[in-house]
Write a protein that binds this ligand. Structure first.
Ligand SMILES: N[C@@H](CCC(=O)N[C@@H](CS)C(=O)NCC(=O)O)C(=O)O
Length: 209
């Protein structure tokens, strides 16, 4: 049985949605960041970096959303990743950008101490992070223009990843409703039963008015 570790509202929602959409059977365990449960000796054996998500399979633990999502699609639900090699490369490219650029722009807002020990510059880092994160949301909005799903006509694991950032934007009070393509797509996401199950389990801000 697969075991999935996540924290409600964290980037692990991406893998959570991929798993739920895949139809695979999995056990899940929510970790509380408020209680620092991602740093317990038990969890550090699973992911020594002390981060979520982690998916434990027979062969050991897989960490990083991009890897978990590719694995889940390959093993349980091939329709959740594009088959065409060029489209598949674009899907991985987008997830890599989410992980290496979009997510860290938000981390500057939520954890400025990771980027500078001088507390005097933390407010500045947060302000720059906010601008960069908002610019990234606008880029995603542009990317979704004229599309049903982020890769085009077919829903994929990349969609679940993109939903994380809309929720974070809403959480910090960015004017996400002004992002017309992203907002219309978010509504399509919320109409998917598997996505709703995950958001309800995580008590997501996306379900709040
Ligand atoms: N690139 C990684 C990022 C993992 C990550 O940074 N997760 C955050 C939650 S969004 C975390 O576990 N933070 C806990 C901490 O920093 O203590 C991925 O996509 O899986």
């Amino acid at each position: 049985m697969l075991k999935f570790y996540y924290a409600p509202g964290a980037c692990s929602t991406a893998s959570h949605i991929g798993l739920e959409e895949s139809g695979a059977r999995f056990d899940s365990q929510a970790l509380s960041f408020a209680k620092n449960e991602q740093k317990t000796p038990e969890y550090l054996k699973i992911n020594p970096r002390g981060r979520v998500p982690a998916l434990v399979i027979d062969e050991g633990a897989i960490v990083e959303n991009t890897a978990i999502l590719d694995y889940v699609a390959a093993k349980y639900a091939p329709h959740l990743m594009p088959k065409d090699p060029a489209q598949r490369a674009r899907a991985i490219s987008l997830m890599a950008w989410f992980s290496n650029t979009v997510h860290p722009s938000f981390t500057h807002i939520s954890r400025p101490e990771r980027f500078a020990t001088d507390t005097a510059v933390h407010e500045h880092l947060k302000a720059v992070g906010r601008e960069n994160f908002h610019a990234n949301l606008k880029e995603i909005d542009g990317f979704l223009a004229g599309k049903q799903w982020i890769m085009g006509n077919d829903f994929s694991v990349v969609d679940g990843y993109a939903l994380v950032f809309y929720g974070w934007g809403k959480r910090i009070g960015l004017p996400v409703a002004d992002l017309e393509n992203y907002t219309a797509w978010k509504d399509r996401m919320l109409a998917r039963p598997a996505v709703r199950r995950v958001l309800e389990r995580e008590q997501s801000v996306l379900l709040a008015a």
